[in-house]
Design a binder for this molecule. Sequence first.
Ligand SMILES: NC(=O)c1ccc[n+]([C@@H]2O[C@H](COP(=O)([O-])OP(=O)(O)OC[C@H]3O[C@@H](n4cnc5c(N)ncnc54)[C@H](OP(=O)(O)O)[C@@H]3O)[C@@H](O)[C@H]2O)c1
Length: 280
Amino acid sequence: MEQQYNQASYITLNDGNKIPNIGFGTWTIKDEQEGYKIVLDAIESGYRLIDTASIYGSEGSVGKAVNQCGLKRSDLFITTKVGKDDLGTNLCFQSLQASLRKLNLQYIDLLLIHWPNAKAPDYEKKLKETWEAFCHFKEAGLVKSIGVSNFLPHHLKIIDNGIIPAVNQIEFHVGYTQDEVVDYCQQKDILVQAWSPLGQRRLNENKTLIDMAKKYNTSIASICLAFVLSHNIVPIPKTQNKQRMIENLHCFDIKLSADDLSILNNMPQTAFSGLHPDTF
Ligand SMILES: NC(=O)c1ccc[n+]([C@@H]2O[C@H](COP(=O)([O-])OP(=O)(O)OC[C@H]3O[C@@H](n4cnc5c(N)ncnc54)[C@H](OP(=O)(O)O)[C@@H]3O)[C@@H](O)[C@H]2O)c1
């Protein structure tokens, strides 16, 4: 397969496995045939990490593209997630089995608990059970790495059984940086991934970003992604458009100055999705 642009390299996780330093998001990509072409385009563009979830409806497309793209399975890194209504020993296993079936894969590279579901009355018990089960899935070779998503420090403490999550995938973008979670994870060598690294288009009208994109002669998306990378965080942008897939990989060419990083780091809260891990 011809690779159009790829400066993606790999980061070593706390369990020794390697993960690409940028990923491709597939939330809202539902139609299997269209989704298959989109994911193939992403792989052709140079993405090696594809992010899906049991609730996205994109696992079929992702699996088809992974199995038919012509690359070795070991050249691709597939993340999927167990949804918040599937926590607990039995349900999380059923969810993993369903994901493996839809993806038509023998193993998942990274399995995440999608949300802590902190409003459920017995959520602490379910989180502990789920994390224990994840540790067994890893031992059994069904998944290579295990992690969480949308976990605040107090959620991470609940699942502490001596096996540290490899990844915490959280909302992170210009205007919403969750500093406390990021600091906590980075101190514990938990890799942070940024979902909605572009703020789901809600940053496109931001005057500061418009001016900065002009200054660096690049797109707002590239500024947003370069900002994420500057925090040693792995972005997983989503786009259905091949030009934008390639454009987004150019974030590696942008080196933001210390002054501009300071402006972006100090931007007042903006483009927050409204989804909070303690209430969603
Ligand atoms: N763990 C979680 O709870 C969680 C939650 C949300 C998302 N995620 C994951 O994170 C991924 C990314 O987040 P997201 O999809 O919410 O948002 P995002 O990547 O921040 O933004 C996606 C939006 O930006 C547009 N876009 C992409 N590149 C662009 C560019 N260069 N110029 C202009 N517009 C551009 C896309 O439109 P087009 O497609 O038309 O280009 C799409 O509307 C998801 O797909 C999913 O895999 C995880």
